[in-house]
Design a binder for this molecule. Structure first.
Ligand SMILES: Cc1cc2nc3c(=O)[nH]c(=O)nc-3n(C[C@H](O)[C@H](O)[C@H](O)COP(=O)(O)OP(=O)(O)OC[C@H]3O[C@@H](n4cnc5c(N)ncnc54)[C@H](O)[C@@H]3O)c2cc1C
Length: 136
């Protein structure tokens, strides 16, 4: 474990080239807090910005001042998959086979990434379509 004060940094302008920043700029998204450092999520905007800029300087040598900064706060942002998660999901799925008409989808089950959530949504929709085809 790196023991850094940020959870990570996404180069958003590289993930979506041409959409998130002008050609001679980059847009970075830095995440702070999470299950391991919840106290950092409680800090005020200035303190969090200071943490982010310090980490960027230490990790990547970024010295320039950002043109703009925006702080977004997501409480209960991403589900925490604790030990036993897979077994818990298996139990939920088994129980759902006994409860026709109830479908679940989203980041609580089989992956928090957007791709996983889309797969999960597609599976739920496929199940709903089958269910609605049944008479009665
Ligand atoms: C800060 C952050 C950065 C992320 N970055 C990335 C990334 O770069 N790449 C990636 O792949 N994933 C990323 N993720 C993860 C991913 O975006 C999420 O896991 C995913 O969007 C969750 O989708 P979802 O449909 O399960 O939940 P959500 O998108 O949260 O949708 C749930 C919806 O249900 C609604 N809702 C809640 N309760 C009720 C209720 N009682 N009644 C009616 N509606 C209700 C909510 O308003 C919301 O619209 C990130 C997540 C966060 C928080």
């Amino acid at each position: 474990m790196e023991r850094r004060n940020i959870l990570g940094c996404l180069w958003t302008s590289s993930i979506f080239p041409g959409y998130r920043a002008p050609a001679d700029h980059v847009l970075l998204r830095i995440m702070i807090g999470g299950a391991r450092r919840p106290e950092l999520a409680e800090k005020d905007d200035d303190a969090q910005i200071d943490i982010a800029l310090t980490e960027l300087r230490e990790i990547m040598g970024v010295e320039s001042k950002p043109d703009f900064i925006k702080v977004f706060r997501h409480k209960w942002a991403i589900p925490q998959y604790n030990v036993g998660h897979a077994e818990r999901v298996e139990k939920i799925e088994k129980r759902l086979t006994e409860l026709p008409g109830i479908f679940v989808a989203g980041n609580s089950y089989k992956g928090i990434g957007f791709n996983d959530c889309v797969i999960s949504a597609n599976q739920a929709v496929a199940g709903i379509r089958e269910y609605l085809k049944k008479p009665g």
